[in-house]
Design a protein around this ligand. Structure first.
Ligand SMILES: [Zn+2]
Length: 489
């Protein structure tokens, strides 16, 4: 996490001067202000008290008042007294605006105003300091495309020539590391089989990050997003428990920075650790924004079924992580009991949902208990799907059974959360044709299925893993930029 001191060092001023700029004190010279704002934007710096209270409020108020959470949350005593409700709400607008730019760039000011339902003059106000600091550009973004015919679109984009974000998706089977520009476009990536040992895995990740960084010397690494198959701590620095990997309390952010320091190649940037289903929900939310979904119509539950099952929740455009000390446990529906006294799960419980409805469970159900007792390898999920496609009844019946279990869990999720729009993503989507009917029947047969206007959509089979990790890194940067607009106001 960059500090006030880092901003001061980069801008070449004292921390007192930086504080004056952040607090909007009068008497700060305009070129001083610009240099400090540019440093804040580059580092993605978030002033402490505000950042913390915003994060908490987003969690606490989202379930009740997702769209008004920022405006109506001024009664908290711990909120920095210099932040009026109006400026908190403008930070919120700036952040939402930056997310739309990130998802739909290049986008014109008129389009932004229309989608945010605010005046163009307000857009101009928000955009001004971001253009001045060089975080946003307003021009044709595709400079390199000489072969283009006609005039390129003019609009606002996040300047992406100099910045670099790294996403790390630690999966149960494979780990992917990718580098991207501010639009989420992948510049390079590497993957390897996830080692059983957490430290070995992090050492490998750290060396890949360095290699990616060195291969693009013209870019500055801004932040690293790491996604994990399990719950994280409230600060999003540690993985608490990944049942299938057997990892407990892994200090990911600290270890990655320490690794790079030991090799004398300190990347020293914020490392944000998030649950993979939550990150996949952020990725899906960006896809919705890119496709022009109106703000506020985007409450949905993302069910990600692959090796396990994870659930992410998006309310009013924000991912919801739960509140209090248990935040981060919200995505763990995969470990809710669906069969009393059922199969033994790696998490310590019996009968967990993901043992009956994930892609991996489909493969082992297909092979049958006897095959696994004899030590035979289960076919991969895609092989089961291929056999179903070829007309094999046993494979088709297996997928239909998985769909039924998936539907039971989904109706439980809809019942529990009161959000009736569900997007299913992950490897299970490869078998959607054979899964969806029994899934829908199971939801339709539940009480909530009969009472509510539910929908279950098919999402992306792949891409949300690494895409989600990059989204975590970029979202951190956008939050810092939105904060810098308050400093400039
Ligand atoms: Zn479990």
């Amino acid at each position: 996490m960059p500090t006030l001191r880092d901003v001061a060092r980069l801008a070449g001023f004292s921390t007192a001067t930086v504080s004056h700029v952040i607090n909007g004190s009068k008497g700060v010279k305009s070129d001083t202000r610009e240099r400090v704002e540019s440093a804040i934007a580059q580092l993605g710096f978030v002033p402490d008290a505000v950042g913390r209270s915003l994060a908490r409020k987003r969690n606490a108020a989202a379930l009740v008042l997702p769209r008004k959470a920022f405006v109506e949350s001024d009664s908290d005593q711990s909120l920095d007294s210099s932040v009026s409700p109006a400026s908190v709400s403008s930070i919120d607008s700036a952040r939402t605006m930056l997310r739309i730019v990130h998802a739909a760039q290049p986008i014109s000011r008129a389009d932004l105003a229309r989608r945010l339902k605010i005046n163009r003059s307000t857009v101009t106000e928000i955009v001004k300091p971001l253009l001045a600091s060089g975080a946003l550009c307003e021009a044709a973004p595709e400079r390199g495309s000489a072969g283009r015919i006609g005039r390129p679109p003019i609009g606002l984009s996040l300047c992406g020539d100099r910045t670099l974000f790294i996403g790390v998706n630690i999966g149960v089977r494979r780990t992917q590391v990718g580098a991207a520009a501010t639009d989420g476009r992948l510049l390079a990536d590497e993957a390897f089989d996830t080692p059983a040992d957490a430290d070995a895995s992090l050492a490998r990740i750290s060396s890949i990050i360095e290699r990616l960084q060195e291969s693009m010397p013209e870019r500055t690494l801004i932040s690293v997003g790491v996604t994990v198959p399990g719950p994280t701590d409230a600060e999003r620095k540690e993985l608490l428990f990944a049942p299938h990997l057997g990892w407990r309390e892994v200090r990911i952010a600290e270890t990655l920075n320490k690794e790079s320091k030991q090799r004398g190649k300190n990347f020293n940037v914020p490392v944000i650790v998030d649950n993979d289903a939550t990150a996949a929900a952020m990725y899906e939310a960006r896809r919705h924004l890119r496709n022009g979904a109106p703000l506020g119509s985007n409450d949905f539950v993302l069910v990600r079924a692959g090796t396990g099952i994870g659930v992410g929740l998006v309310l009013g455009g924000e991912v919801y992580r739960g509140a209090g000390t248990d935040c981060g446990l919200l995505g763990e529906f995969g470990h809710m009991t669906i069969v009393a006294g059922g199969k033994q799960c790696a998490c310590g419980n019996r009968g967990c949902w993901e043992l009956y409805a994930s892609a991996t469970s489909a493969a082992s159900l297909y092979a049958g208990d006897r095959a696994s007792a004899r030590g035979h390898r289960s076919p991969r999920f895609v092989e089961v799907v291929a056999r179903a496609e070829a007309g094999e009844l046993r494979a088709q019946a297996t997928l239909a059974r998985i769909g039924g279990y998936l539907g039971i869990g989904i109706s439980n999720v809809i019942t529990g959360l009161g959000v009736s729009r569900v997007v299913v993503s992950g490897r299970i989507v490869h078998g959607w044709k054979f899964v969806q009917q029994s899934l829908r029947e199971a939801v339709a047969g539940s009480m909530v299925g009969r009472l509510s206007n539910w929908s279950v959509e098919q999402g992306q089979p792949t891409g949300a893993g690494l895409g989600g990790a990059l989204e975590v890194a970029i979202e951190h940067y956008l939050t810092g930029l939105a904060e810098s607009t308050r400093a400039a106001a």
